[in-house]
Design a protein around this ligand. Structure first.
Ligand SMILES: NC(=O)c1ccc[n+]([C@@H]2O[C@H](COP(=O)([O-])OP(=O)(O)OC[C@H]3O[C@@H](n4cnc5c(N)ncnc54)[C@H](OP(=O)(O)O)[C@@H]3O)[C@@H](O)[C@H]2O)c1
Length: 141
């Protein structure tokens, strides 16, 4: 059956819209996304990362573990944390990933987390404050 004028217009509109979205995504990726390309070996480094069980934190933990670092992930749900550690180990054999409980909304939890780290680690080389960070504008009070 031949295409009606309405369907033809709709098809053109859809194509223009999809091309626009593709172009926008390309421009956004080009200017606003960043990729860590560092190959620095981190075998003798210990990293602490907050909220590394999902999102950017997990990807960061994966990259650092792949480069040999010992990665301590602080997360409020240790079951989710263990699952993330398993995922990382599936991708990086012998990844050194340790899960410790940390709820940044509780000072008592933060103190317990810090005390455990102080007890087990002679030195922290890299601290990544990933969780609970909200991009707000600078304010003076
Ligand atoms: N994604 C972006 O485009 C973007 C842009 C700018 C800045 N950021 C910042 O980058 C960071 C990570 O972003 P994302 O997109 O990866 O976020 P996400 O996927 O929501 O991950 C946030 C992580 O923080 C943990 N978390 C939240 N509250 C916590 C608490 N009270 N104590 C301990 N852990 C807590 C979450 O744990 P649960 O799994 O238990 O919730 C999760 O692991 C955030 O600080 C965000 O503000 C992100």
């Amino acid at each position: 059956m031949p295409e009606s004028a309405g369907e033809h217009k709709h098809g053109i509109f859809r194509r223009i819209l999809l091309t626009g979205i593709e172009f926008y995504t390309y421009v956004w990726d080009f200017f606003f996304t960043a990729e860590c390309t560092s190959q620095v070996i981190l075998h003798d480094k210990t990293v602490v990362i907050t909220g590394g069980n999902t999102g950017i934190g997990k990807e960061t933990a994966l990259d650092l573990a792949a480069r040999g670092a010992k990665v301590i992930i602080g997360c409020r749900d240790t079951e989710k944390g263990k699952k993330a550690a398993e995922d990382i180990r599936k991708q990086v054999q012998d990844a050194r990933v340790i899960i410790k409980e940390l709820d940044l909304a509780s000072f008592s939890s933060i103190r317990k987390f810090a005390a455990k780290i102080l007890k087990s680690e002679p030195r922290i080389h890299i601290l990544i404050n990933n969780a609970g960070n909200i991009a707000i504008t600078y304010l003076c009070s």
